[in-house]
Design a protein around this ligand. Structure first.
Ligand code: ADP
Ligand code: ASP
Ligand code: MG
Length: 464
C-alpha cells in the first residue's frame, strides 16, 4: 500500500490511514506501507535548496523552523502514547538537524548539484515515515520503519530521476522484507528515495513513491499493489479540470501507462513497469472513501464497442523545440544525431513529429530542460551545416487522448480536431503513436484546459 502526500497531509490524516492499515492487518492481510512526504513538503524542499544556493540564510532559518513545527504538530495529532510520541519527536529533531547541516553546507558552497539536491529532497519522506510508524505503533501494531536504501532499493546515479537496478534491488528487497512479514511486522518504507550502489542518496523522480511501491511489490511478488490517493481512482480526466470526469473501474497497463506518461498525475510515469513485467494488478483507491473499490489496472485490454476514447490528460510545464534546415532533407541520421545529443544530456523527449519534407523536426521536452536542450543542440549541430536553426516555444502544453478502442476506429482524430476547431483553438503539433492507443497534440498553454473539456464533451465521457 502506498500513501500519497494528501493521505499524510496532517496528523489527523495520518491517524486515519494508520487505522486503515490496522483494519486490513486485522483481516489477515500482510502489508508493506510505502509513504510519501507530507503534502507540499517536497516542493518546499526544492525551494529551500535554491534559496540555500543563493546564500539566503534568513530564509533557511525560517524554513527549518517551519519544517520542525509542521512535523511535530502532525506527530502530536497522530500519536497519543507519550513514549512513542517522544521517540518520533526525537527522530524528527535529529533528522531536521541533519537537513539544516546539509542546507548550511550548500550555503557555504554556493552550489547545488543534482546529487546534493537529491539529498535535500530525501528529507520529506524521511520525516513523514516515522510519524506513520508512530501512529501504527500507537494502534498496537508491530511496525518498523525503513528508508528505501535500508530495504535495498539501488539505482543508477542519474540524480533527480534515478532508475532502479531491478535485479539487485529485487533480490535485496526480498531478503530484507520477507522475513519481517513472516514475523508479522508491518514494514513502513519511505517512498521516492533510494541509493546508488555506493550508498549515495538518490530520488526516483517527482511522484516517485508510486514507483517505490511497485518496485517493492514486484520484489515480493505481492498479490496487488494499492495506491491510496485523494481521488476515487483514475478518472476520464483530471477532476480539477473537468468536474464531471468519471472514475474508470478498469484499465489495461498499456492504457494506464499512456495516461501517466501524459500527465495523469495520479501516478509516476514509470511506476507500472515493475508490476507489468510480473503481471501484478494495481489498484488506485481513495484513502478517504475506502468503500469505493477504485480503478483496477490489469493486463487484459477490455474494449467495449463504441468505446474508442477513454481518457484525456493534460501535460503542463513542457516546451516545444523545433530544429530546422534544408541540410536535413535526405540526410540520413539527422534525427538520430538530434536525439543522441539530447539523450547524452539525459533529456527525455515526450513527443516527436517530423514533416514529410524532412526540413524540420519538432519535439516536446520538460520545460525546465529547455535552456539546456537548446544550447546543447546549438553547440553540437549548428556549426556543422546540418541544421540552420533551433527555435523554441515555452508557452505550450500537451493534450493526450487515450483509449485502446481507438485502434482501427476511423474518424476519432477528425472528431477530436473538429471539436477543438469549434472552440477556435489552434493546434501547434500532432503525433499519433503507431500503437494507436493515444493521439497527442500541442496547444498554447492558456488553451489547454478548454481543449481538454472540449474533447471530454465531444466523446461524452461524463456519461459513460
Ligand atoms: P498523491 O499525493 O496521492 O501521490 P497526486 O497528486 O500525485 O496524489 O495524484 C492525484 C491527483 O492527480 C488527483 O488529485 C488529481 O487531481 C490528479 N489527476 C490528474 N489527472 C487525473 C486522472 N485522469 N485521474 C485521476 N486523477 C488525476
Ligand atoms: N514526495 C515526492 C514528490 O512529491 C514523491 C511522491 O510524493 O510520490 O514528488
Ligand atoms: Mg503522487
Amino acid at each position: 500500500m502506498k500513501f500519497g502526500g494528501t493521505s499524510v497531509a496532517s496528523g489527523e490524516n495520518i491517524r486515519h490511514i494508520a487505522n486503515l492499515i490496522a483494519n486490513y492487518v486485522g483481516q489477515g492481510y500482510a502489508i508493506v506501507a510505502v509513504i510519501s512526504a507530507l503534502k507540499g513538503v517536497t516542493d518546499r524542499l526544492v525551494e529551500a535548496s535554491e534559496q540555500a544556493k543563493n546564500g539566503n540564510r534568513d530564509y533557511i532559518r525560517e524554513f527549518i523552523q517551519e519544517i520542525v513545527e509542521k512535523h511535530l504538530t502532525a506527530t502530536r495529532k497522530a500519536v497519543e502514547n507519550k513514549v512513542i510520541r517522544k521517540a518520533v519527536e526525537q527522530e524528527i529533531r535529529a533528522t531536521v538537524d541533519e537537513l539544516e547541516k546539509v542546507l548550511t553546507g550548500i550555503i557555504y558552497l554556493g552550489e547545488l548539484t543534482p546529487k546534493s539536491k537529491d539529498y535535500v529532497l530525501s528529507f520529506g519522506e524521511r520525516l513523514s515515515t516515522p510519524i506513520v510508524w508512530g501512529a501504527l505503533r500507537d494502534l498496537g501494531l508491530n511496525a518498523q520503519h525503513y528508508t528505501g536504501k535500508d530495504v535495498g532499493i539501488v539505482t543508477d546515479s542519474n540524480f533527480g530521476e534515478a532508475s532502479p537496478l531491478m535485479n539487485v534491488t529485487k533480490h535485496q528487497v526480498k531478503e530484507k522484507i520477507e522475513p519481517l512479514l513472516g514475523k508479522g511486522i508491518v514494514p513502513v518504507v519511505t517512498g521516492y528515495i533510494a541509493a546508488t550502489q555506493d550508498g549515495v542518496t538518490t530520488t526516483l523522480g517527482r511522484g516517485g513513491s508510486d514507483y517505490t511501491a511497485t518496485i517493492v511489490g514486484a520484489a515480493l511478488d505481492v498479490d496487488e499493489v494499492w495506491v491510496w490517493t485523494d481521488v476515487d481512482g483514475l478518472m476520464t480526466s483530471d477532476p480539477k479540470i473537468v468536474p464531471s470526469a468519471k472514475m474508470m473501474p478498469e484499465l489495461s497497463f498499456q492504457e494506464a501507462t499512456e495516461m501517466t506518461i501524459f500527465g495523469a498525475k495520479a501516478m509516476h510515469p514509470r511506476a507500472l513497469e515493475p508490476v507489468m513485467e510480473e503481471n501484478i494488478p494495481v489498484r488506485i483507491r481513495n484513502a478517504f472513501n475506502p468503500e469505493n473499490p477504485g480503478t483496477l489496472i490489469v493486463k487484459e485490454q477490455k474494449i467495449k464497442p463504441g468505446d474508442a476514447v477513454k481518457a484525456i490528460t493534460l501535460v503542463k510545464d513542457v516546451a516545444l523545440v523545433n530544429v530546422s534546415g534544408a541540410g536535413m532533407v535526405g540526410a540520413p541520421g539527422t534525427a538520430a544525431k538530434v536525439f543522441d545529443v539530447l539523450g547524452k544530456e539525459n533529456i527525455n523527449i515526450l513527443m516527436i513529429s517530423q514533416s514529410v519534407s524532412e526540413a524540420n523536426i519538432s519535439f516536446i521536452i520538460q520545460r525546465s530542460l529547455l535552456e539546456r536542450a537548446v544550447s546543447t543542440l546549438e553547440i553540437a549541430l549548428l556549426g556543422r551545416g546540418l541544421i540552420r536553426e533551433v527555435t523554441a516555444e515555452n508557452d505550450v502544453c500537451v493534450v493526450a487522448v487515450v483509449g485502446a478502442g481507438m485502434k482501427g476506429t476511423p474518424g476519432v482524430a477528425s472528431r477530436i480536431f473538429t471539436a477543438i476547431a469549434r472552440k477556435g483553438i489552434n493546434i501547434r503539433m500532432i503525433a499519433q503513436g503507431s500503437s494507436e492507443l493515444n493521439i497527442s497534440f500541442v496547444v498554447k498553454e492558456i488553451d489547454g484546459e478548454e481543449t481538454v473539456r472540449a474533447v471530454h464533451e465531444e466523446f461524452k465521457l461524463n456519461k459513460i
